[in-house]
Design a protein. Structure first.
Length: 330
């Protein structure tokens, strides 16, 4: 009869949805396949992701979210409508209240776009919360106490670094370097050093299966196939873990600089708490091999990967939904 409250982690790479009372009910890639001629949506989520890099000329697979914000408003709306309609959360008398997460440096225009897309896709009252705060709640951090907690949320499009206390963000920084940038770095490295073109799915597989950012901590290799830039023919090469560490060095350094900048702006009392409690890593980028060791070495603070980094944000939305009446509409 009545609609259910839902929490959405509207990520650059994946969309995760939590329905109050049911838990996480959807986790699919943020990809939409459309027909260029008619503009018709052909597939959304997993089905569309299968088509990335493999479609004929008239079909394009679009990622409507870029760097944590909406790049294509209409396609985002279509994607959300498709996902929400599949969940069957609307009631006869009311629309579901929706809690959506956004990066910390999102502008008021971008906030408005996110809110409008959620409303048009069938939402009632829309709440926006900052991603690192929700990720910290999902990681089990006690952010509502008067003590310092630090979280680094490395997603698909953005990395959010934040220090939290008393349920709010004290200092934060958001940079547009994250999982997608890592994939691009790997593809560019292979292109530059081996004159071989590889697709984004191959780059992602390399990142997951063999990469490390803490040199010497992983010793694996992988055969990869792509198109030779000189002959135009398919070719196979073998790539090693430390090479990928080299490819990712610049992007990882930017994340380290961002974390240092946030620590430098943190009040001394909270800094002391962070030394005791450590820094928690959330988001898909937290699974990058060796990133916890490298950050711990550079920041001189213990660094921990949270238990379920990929789902921290959506788990956090679920916990906030329990107290949705106490949230302020931003």
């Amino acid at each position: 009869m009545f609609s259910k409250d839902i929490g959405i982690d509207l990520g650059t790479a994946n969309v995760l949805i939590h329905v109050k009372g049911k838990g996480i009910v959807l986790n699919e890639p943020a990809v939409v396949a459309i027909d260029k001629k008619s503009g018709k949506v052909l597939a959304v989520g997993d089905e569309a992701h299968q088509m990335v890099g493999r479609t004929p000329g008239n079909i394009i697979a679009i990622r409507p979210m870029k760097d944590g914000v909406i790049a294509d408003f209409d396609i985002t709306e279509e994607m959300l409508r498709h996902f929400i309609s599949r969940l069957n959360v609307k009631g006869f008398f009311s629309k579901p209240r929706i809690l959506i997460c956004c990066p910390t440096n999102v502008t008021s225009v971008e906030q408005k776009a996110i809110r409008q897309a959620a409303e048009k896709s069938g939402g009632g009252k829309i709440f926006l919360e900052e991603e690192p705060k929700v990720a910290a709640i999902g990681a089990g951090m006690e952010i509502f106490e008067p003590s310092g907690n630090m979280v680094i949320d490395i997603g698909g499009g953005t990395t959010d670094v934040a220090v939290l206390s008393m349920g709010d963000i004290v200092t934060s920084e958001s940079i547009k370097i994250a999982g997608n940038a890592f994939d691009n770095d790997i593809a560019q490295y292979i292109k530059r050093n081996y004159k071989l073109l590889v697709g984004e799915r191959t780059s992602e597989n390399i990142k997951i299966d063999v990469s490390t950012v803490f040199l010497g901590s992983r010793d694996e290799q992988m055969d990869i196939r792509g198109r030779d830039m000189v002959t135009g023919l398919p070719r196979t090469i073998t790539i090693h873990s430390d090479e990928i560490g080299e490819a990712l060095k610049e992007s990882i350094n930017l994340i380290i600089q961002s974390a240092k900048a946030v620590l430098e702006r943190t009040p001394p009392e909270l800094s002391a708490d962070i030394i005791d409690r450590g820094i928690f890593l959330t988001g898909g980028g937290a699974l990058l091999h060796g990133i916890d060791q490298l950050l711990a070495e550079e920041l001189k603070v213990p660094v921990f990967v949270s238990d379920n980094p990929l789902n921290c944000v959506v788990i956090g939305t679920g916990l906030l939904l329990e107290n949705i009446d106490g949230l302020r509409v931003r």
